[in-house]
Design a binder for this molecule. Structure first.
Ligand code: GAR
Length: 218
């Protein structure tokens, strides 16, 4: 399975996917890393790891449609089977999402459908929820919407700041994104309406829980 990863900045999830793809027998190949931002830090990592990179700067286009058409054209030329959005901070047009339907996935730092959109960690802390986490899902036209492939649960701890919580969630993002890609490349994920199911595998594989460890030393 030929995979493109789309990034806008640091690209730590992209790095996790690249690392996984280099393991023997991994069923997907990262054929390109594409960014809308020429300054994206992740581009350097991709180059150093021998992955072709491409910049399509959204500022060079008059509108969203033309930008998305240029991305689609490039990905089609590269014979890409699956697009992984990894911190790609551009909203995609309806045409683009429909064209790549069930061939485009995203990672989001919350337990969807909770906390769609931006400032996710601040909002999770303000809500008083005890648990948050991260989600890999197929992309649908509505933002941060679509069939869920994998999730990890992360507890909220006393004294958490948005930054500390983001770091703890990121560790789990780096576990579930390669897992989701592997399951898709193995053709183990089927989409039925708004639900994605895993066949031929233990479904618990896609749900990683990280319960709070209570020390009795206190
Ligand atoms: C990640 O936490 C990812 O879940 C989030 O942006 C960060 C990108 O980090 N994505 C979204 O919020 C999308 N709605 P990275 O560039 O180090 O992978």
């Amino acid at each position: 399975m030929k995979v493109a990863i789309l990034i806008s900045s640091r690209g730590s999830n992209m790095q996790a996917l690249v690392r996984a793809s280099k393991q023997a027998g991994f069923p997907a190949e990262i054929v390109t890393v594409l960014s809308n931002n020429p300054e994206a830090g992740g581009l350097e990592y991709a180059k150093e790891n021998g992955i072709p990179t491409k910049v399509i700067n959204h500022r060079d286009f008059e509108n969203r449609e033309d930008f998305d058409t240029a991305i689609s054209k490039y990905l089609t030329e590269q014979k890409v089977d699956l697009i992984c959005l990894a911190g790609f901070m551009r909203l995609l047009t309806l045409d683009f999402v429909n064209r790549w339907r069930d061939r485009i996935i995203n990672i989001h730092p919350s337990l969807l459908p909770a906390f769609k959109g931006l400032h996710v960690h601040e909002r999770a802390l303000e809500s008083g929820t005890r648990f948050t986490g991260c989600t890999v899902h197929y992309v649908r036209p509505e933002m941060d919407d679509g069939p869920i492939i994998a999730q990890a649960v992360v507890p909220i701890l006393t004294g958490d700041t948005p930054e500390v919580l983001a770091e703890r969630i990121l560790v789990q993002e780096h576990r579930i994104y390669p897992l989701a890609l592997k399951l898709i490349a193995e053709r183990k994920i089927k989409v039925h309406g708004s639900i994605a199911t895993i066949s031929g595998a233990d479904e618990s594989l896609a749900t990683l829980t990280n319960p709070l460890v209570i020390s009795d030393a206190d």
